[in-house]
Ligand binder design. Structure first.
Ligand SMILES: Cc1cc2nc3c(=O)[nH]c(=O)nc-3n(C[C@H](O)[C@H](O)[C@H](O)COP(=O)(O)OP(=O)(O)OC[C@H]3O[C@@H](n4cnc5c(N)ncnc54)[C@H](O)[C@@H]3O)c2cc1C
Length: 390
């Protein structure tokens, strides 16, 4: 495996750094004007506003190594807020399975960040076992529209979303994975009720969404009726790799070490405490090992391989690492960590430590719980079967 950066890759890295530097938000600049300008400039660079899109849809057509460099640099820079649901999650589905009319209708607004999307997959009783979903879509007699009834839960940003991409059941006569249909529809219409769920960390990001007789024109169906499971599954592997957040963890670990050096412990600092130092070292080793796994995936992607079940290894390890970092932040912050909201007491980095720790409990649940990732790894990476002892 060759993980040395080539001269071209190093030049690309410098170009990315320069772009982030030149397009920082200026003092006093309006946030939303900066955000629009940032995406425009990124588009002018040749698809940098949609890094993961392929060349034929206006993306940059980067090599896997360039993607890796981009990820690393974005975690060190301040980028405008960008929810993943449109550009990173729905767009690949539209490109792969949507018809030309749907691509022309939805992709430009997704790219321009004009329309906010949310993901309507999970339901009560259909999280890990997603194929168990019950939200019903019934086709009208004349075949022109579906009527949707049911509920989704844990829908991130549903309260800010203009549209939802939603898994519905159109047939329950066969196996669970069959009879699932992928529909797109606007959120701001009669028959849709969004109720907030306040999470442990005290924030409102997730919701329940109830549908009562919501009418969805048949032209808003992606692909064939009953084949939604196939389309939905592809998205999960991309979602999982994105959630690993290894480059962000590298940066977070660097600043954790720096902050720990500012915490007085005995005659020295927290970083002189052997117990704390050992935990940091273990974390650093695991992070490095996960990075190598990511690089191995990139190396095989460079050789033309599809993203496979390795994404589960990255999701599993990456999210556990993020949680361990949050735990060490709380340990370093001590009594100052529980300060909530805008309060800042004692150590400046301690603000929101506990809230961050509590929020991080969800990392090993969303995008597929850790137990589920372990199942995928056992079956599809290690080749183990139920009851297997090898
Ligand atoms: C903050 C947050 C944001 C989310 N955002 C979205 C969103 O935008 N859209 C969306 O559709 N969903 C979203 N989800 C839902 C998320 O995908 C589900 O919570 C997740 O898939 C787990 O499903 P569940 O909550 O129903 O738990 P369950 O599936 O009921 O699992 C409960 C427990 O049982 C364990 N378990 C389940 N199956 C197995 C198994 N086969 N073997 C061993 N153990 C098992 C799990 O690991 C878990 O510990 C979000 C969740 C959270 C917490």
């Amino acid at each position: 495996m060759d993980i040395e950066l080539s001269t071209e890759d190093l030049a690309f890295k410098a170009e990315v750094k320069e772009f982030f530097h030149d397009n920082q938000m200026k003092k006093g600049e309006d946030y939303f004007s900066w955000r629009s300008r940032w995406f425009e400039k990124a588009k002018e660079k040749g698809g940098w506003d949609v890094p993961k899109w392929p060349l034929e849809f206006g993306g940059p057509g980067w090599t896997p190594t360039q993607h890796y460099i981009w990820e690393q640099e974005t975690s060190r820079a301040t980028l405008p807020f960008d929810l993943p649901f449109g550009t990173s999650m729905l767009a690949p589905i539209l490109m792969g399975y949507g018809n030309k009319e749907q691509q022309d209708r939805f992709l430009p607004d997704i790219r321009a960040r004009k329309v906010n999307w949310c993901q309507g997959y999970s339901e009560t009783g259909a999280g890990s076992d997603l194929a168990n979903l019950k939200t019903k879509a019934e086709l009208s007699e004349d075949g022109t529209y579906y009527t949707v009834n049911g509920s989704k839960i844990w829908t991130t940003a549903a309260h800010m979303a203009d549209w939802i991409f939603c898994l519905t059941r159109t047939d329950d006569s066969g196996i669970k994975q069959k009879g699932i249909t992928f529909l797109l529809f606007p959120m701001k219409q009669e028959g849709i009720e969004v109720t907030p769920i306040i999470t442990l960390g005290g924030s409102h990001t997730v919701n329940t969404v109830h549908f009562t007789d919501v009418k969805v024109p048949v032209e808003n169906r992606i692909g064939e009726e009953g084949k939604g499971w196939t389309y939905a599954k592809g998205l999960l592997q991309h979602e999982r790799t994105g959630l690993a957040g290894l480059s962000r963890s590298l940066v977070a670990l660097e600043s954790l070490k720096e902050n720990a050096r500012s915490v007085v412990r005995g005659n020295g600092t927290l970083m002189d405490d052997p117990g704390y130092k050992a935990k940091i070292a273990e974390l650093e080793i695991d992070l490095m090992a996960s990075e190598y796994t990511e690089l191995r995936c990139l190396a095989s992607a460079s050789a033309g391989a599809e993203l496979g079940p390795e994404s589960s290894i990255l999701k599993l390890k990456g999210t556990e690492i993020q949680q361990r970092i949050q735990k060490l932040i709380v340990e370093a912050s001590g009594i100052y960590s529980p300060a909530w909201g805008d309060q800042s007491v004692g150590l400046p980095f301690a603000k929101g430590g506990t809230a961050g720790y509590l929020s991080s409990r969800a990392y090993t649940i969303f995008g597929g719980a850790s137990e589920v990732q372990r199942d995928v790894i056992a079956k599809n990476v290690l080749g183990l079967t139920k009851g297997s002892t090898k």
